[in-house]
Ligand binder design. Structure first.
Ligand code: UDP
Length: 470
């Protein structure tokens, strides 16, 4: 029988942080709107589907196609920034995407690409598909991206040369220290690729963004004003978030069993995303700061940037003490009663949704920030790379759910005393940021529920996709 609902192809760039919201968007299109969805995931190395499903379990709702890694070594150099590398990988993967779509019996009529995949619009045009971009970050970041073509001179003259704050319509002024690095050097390939993405996105049939009206209403409203003023193209913008990874039922992990034994909102969770690592000195300061705060904690530890990766081979400090070299002597023994040190990876969404967790030290990857907000957990921001500095500014100065260090974690070492003080502040039950996070938790639930702003936004997109090909 001919399927009367649209088939959407979703293209994700490499990285779990990019794939997770794309998968969640796909699941919603299937379950709420009856779409058929194929996810194309551009891989960087030999990455098996079972590996992927282990990290990102999803029911058999989606057809997942892994596009094999393309060799881009001749196109990049050791100095090519990560944004440019991802853009190049996505460009080189386009022939595979084209062949895969050509080979499909039930051809997709809609293409949804993440931020790095905007060049795939040529394929959408070739196959007469509707084309949507999916900004898996904030409306703040979308505003910067869409304004790049018009504010690039101001960036150069004021922000880069004089380190003045950057004014992006609808956003609080952005301090130089929080800037998105690719905007800093107009001769760098990252700058060129980033600006191109901002131009291309405006030619799409719509832009979906992983935020919601209540969270970033000012920025979203300003984008509408900018469209009326002709400074941004008339591209519809759909806030459809927060789309975060769902918890899949299964046996309880060791970490969750430990959390079950802790008092309500007594544990601070510390994690720097899927790849973030600290320097050796910073790792020591963090360990000492956590210990002296006396606060219960879960810390997902990676070897220091300059360290030996084999050093991470240690067990969660439940049983024996095998404190690795990069932690203070005897740390695992001394903290055994108050905390868990987990090597490399922890079930983050399960942890953040546990009632015993009351705070999060986060690198501010947008998935992590959303996972914290939807669980009403206030944060200490610790931005490391990409747009995380902007996210940290937005979470502290605009949304009001976080605090941050006076030092800049990527450039300076945040000292143990300051860490201890920040932990005490954010874990204080009466702190205003906790109340704000709880308000936003309800607001997120409302946005996604039937009749809520994000639910309606996605329904609008789904409806346009259905009517376009009737
Ligand atoms: N994550 C996890 N366990 C970890 C570290 C990360 O489950 O130990 C998940 C986290 O829940 C989030 C994603 O990996 O969904 C990281 O995405 P984010 O945008 O926060 O940061 P990125 O890793 O892209 O820098």
């Amino acid at each position: 029988m001919q399927n009367t609902k649209p088939h959407a192809a979703l293209l994700s760039s490499p990285g779990m942080g990019h794939l997770i919201p794309v998968l969640e968007l796909g699941k919603r299109l299937v379950t709420n709107h009856g779409f058929t969805v194929t996810i194309f995931f551009v891989t960087t190395e030999n990455f098996s589907k079972s590996q992927l499903l282990k990290q990102t379990p999803c029911p058999d709702l989606l057809n997942i196609v892994l596009l094999p890694p393309v060799d881009v070594s001749s196109l990049i150099s050791p100095t090519t920034g990560i944004l440019a590398q991802l853009a190049i990988m996505m460009r080189e993967a386009l022939p595979q995407l084209r062949s895969a779509i050509l080979a499909m019996e039930f051809r997709p009529t809609v293409l949804i690409v993440d931020f790095f995949g905007t060049e795939a619009m040529v394929i959408a045009d070739e196959f007469n598909m509707l084309k949507y971009a999916f900004m898996t970050s904030t409306a703040w970041f979308l505003a910067l991206t869409l304004h790049m073509p018009t504010i690039d001179k101001a960036i150069e003259d004021n922000h880069v040369k004089n380190q003045q704050a950057l004014l992006i319509p609808g956003c609080k002024s952005l301090e130089f220290r929080d800037t998105f690095e690719p905007v800093l050097d107009r001769n760098d390939q990252m700058y060129i690729e980033y600006k191109r993405m901002g131009v291309e996105m405006q030619k799409f049939d719509g832009i979906l963004v992983n935020t919601w009206q209540d969270l970033e209403g000012t920025t979203l409203g300003a984008l509408e004003d900018e469209k009326r003023l002709g400074r941004v193209a008339q591209v519809p913008i759909y806030p459809v978030g927060p789309l975060i990874r769902e918890i899949t039922p299964g046996p309880k992990s060791e970490v969750i069993e430990w959390l079950d034994m802790q008092p309500i909102e007594s544990v601070i969770y510390v994690s720097f995303g899927s790849g973030g690592a600290l320097s050796a000195k910073q790792t020591t300061e963090l360990a000492c700061g956590l210990e002296s705060s006396g606060q219960r904690f879960i810390w997902v530890v990676r070897p220091p940037i300059e360290g030996d990766s084999a050093a991470t081979v240690f067990k969660t400090n439940h049983g024996t003490d095998d404190t690795p070299d990069f932690l203070p002597d005897g740390f695992l023994t001394r903290t055994r009663k108050m905390g868990l040190v987990v090597p490399l990876w922890a079930p983050q969404t399960e942890i953040l949704s546990h009632p015993s967790v009351g705070g999060f030290v986060s690198h501010c990857g947008w998935n992590s920030a959303l996972e914290s907000i939807v669980n009403g957990v206030p944060m200490i921001t610790w931005p490391l790379y990409a747009e995380q500095g902007m996210n940290a500014a937005m979470l502290t100065e605009d949304i009001g759910v976080a605090i941050r260090s006076k030092s800049l974690p990527t450039k300076e070492v945040v000292g143990r005393e300051e860490i201890e003080a920040m932990v005490r502040t954010i874990m204080d039950k009466g702190d205003a940021r906790r109340a704000r996070a709880k308000t936003l938790k309800s607001s997120a639930e409302k946005a996604l529920s039937k009749g809520g702003s994000s639910c309606n936004s996605l329904a609008h997109v789904a409806n346009d996709c259905e009517t376009a090909f009737k």
